[in-house]
Design a protein. Sequence first.
Length: 718
Amino acid sequence: MEELNPEQLKVVTTTEGALLVLAGAGSGKTKSIIFRTAYLINHLKVRPWNLLVVTFTNKAAKELKNRLENTFNIYTHNLWIGTFHSICTRILRREKDFLPFNANFSIYDAADQKNVFKKVFKALDIDTKRFPINQVINNISKQKNSLIRAEDFFLFNEQNYYTEIVEKVYRQYQKTLLENNSLDFDDLLLFTAFLFDENESLIEKYANLFKYVMVDEYQDTNYAQFKIINYIAKRHGNICVVGDDDQAIYSWRGANIKNILNFEKDYKNVVKIKLEQNYRSTENILNLANSLIQNNSQRFEKNLWSNIKSNLMPDLMVVENEHDEAKFVADELLKLKLEENINFVNSVILYRTNAQSRVFEKIFVNKNIKYQIVGGVNFYQRKEIKDIIAYLRILVNPQDNESLLRIINFPTRGIGKKTEQRLLDRAVALEINLFTAISSLPKEKDSKQFSPKIIKFAEQLSSWQIISKENTIIYLIEQILADTGILKKYENSDDIQDISRSENLYEFMTAASEFTEQFEEDFQRKPELSDFLQSITLHTDLDSYNENADSVKLMTMHNAKGLEFENVFVVGLEDGLLPHSRSLENDNAMEEERRLLYVAITRAKKRLVLTYTRFRRIYDFAEPTFPSRFLSELDEKYINKISAHFYDFQAPRHKQRAKKNVVLESKKCFRIGQTVNHIKFGKGKILSVEGDGKEAKLTISFSTGMLKKIMGNFIELI
């Protein structure tokens, strides 16, 4: 207990009733959660299975378990520790009797989900230009996170032509998922919430099971997550939520900051504890962050402080364009390595949008600087990995027609579209799923009407299903790869991409082997194939993050949440990037953008550098930029300006710009920042103007997030 400061100690020992822990950045909240869990088990003798600890990431759950075992010698097998999605998956598989699907359901990731939506759009003959798929997917995701089912859609949404299409897609999409005995990530929350809502006995069961509930990163919960926790904890009231309203940055995926702001209204006699001592950043960095975040109105009043002194001041640097920005950062990194012997592992580049990484990658390659992009393509999203996962899925969930259709003719085995349709017709006629329709062919009299290649595939399916039940996961994968010839095909190819695919398949087998070893150690039994599939489906980009690799990390500010680095470079601090152009007319969105910069700043332990450019290339020409309005909110006492001027909007003199015919703003028919309307794309904001009069070429950011170049003749001012 002597390791804890007074506020942390109070968090650990306040175990009865509702507790709201406002944990500022770097204030030791993870430590407080770990010690509190250990205190409940070791000191108060609470049984481990009577605790529910919900974390925001798989990485956080793993760290929590490791530290409980290594520091407090607590066996974590019986502890319910995990993300909302993993906890809900566990509950749904246990309570299958209450649900319209069986316990072997597949979990579709974003790529699987989009494939299903494409088929639904095609089946319903919906124009994807008028109704962009991603937009509809996001809309339906928001409905689910708000606990609005397809059958209740119009109870909560205005009825018009657009919503009628969305509702139709929603119904067909859900029907398709259930036909495949599959759920998407949002369904894991939706079905769990309604499981409790419609079954009082289950509320009582889990309220009695989880006598103490702890939720980390509570500011990032959505409505569905709030309801699930509320169902479980409302009766006994022993709930501890930990979070920081100043780091609420995920509203775009349904998170609701009101969950933490209204916690004192949702539970009785709430004890509120603030963790304000920061153990990460220097005093100057923290003071700078405080001067920014105090401009937000939706927040609990708190003031982070630090005892870490340093003569280093945060730097603010202005450069000519994005190429100069990347060169400046690269040179600074090389200087740190040469003069201070600082390894790249301790440094990160943070940006608002993924597209900003391109220039840094190019410059880093030229200067031989090792880098790692965090949040890029997930290993399990690669085609060759998705293919082998599809083979495994159908052995666990034979109803998963989507997975079966993915691999029915991969690798090529002479099963064309006509044969596929005949097999589907056979399944419909016999009222069985496609897997059974195929695997039963060798035993049926009518099998002669199908080619020997189909029969061979059917025999392989049956063989693999037997192997999956009697042998290890790694042996099953090896057998499938050998029987299909997939690995051999890639290994014998002269294509570099194919060779890379073979290496990824070997890495997949390594992952299966490591999972098996860890699972056996944790649970004292061999894992089932469904255990492995669940672990990789709920895998996130950040789970692959190698924090010990000696490389500079490149990531978005959103992905940096929860991480810390010695040296932090926050780049692209310009209006339109941060705050993002989509946030400029919305006060709540603007406050979230400010929180995003606050998160970026508070990742820095020792050195912080902020940069913005005078010009940034948009498509085929360089546009003058405006420094982020947030820069003027930073207290100048805590920042060192290097050729940076907050209010210098004058275009610099340089040859490239001199070639252009510059038109004064006062002479333009259209101006940057004006709100306009387009008959097809709707409402938007002008980001740049090239030329004058109605003939001017405009770059417009529309409310849908789409960027378009349009002649002024085709838009109207609002």
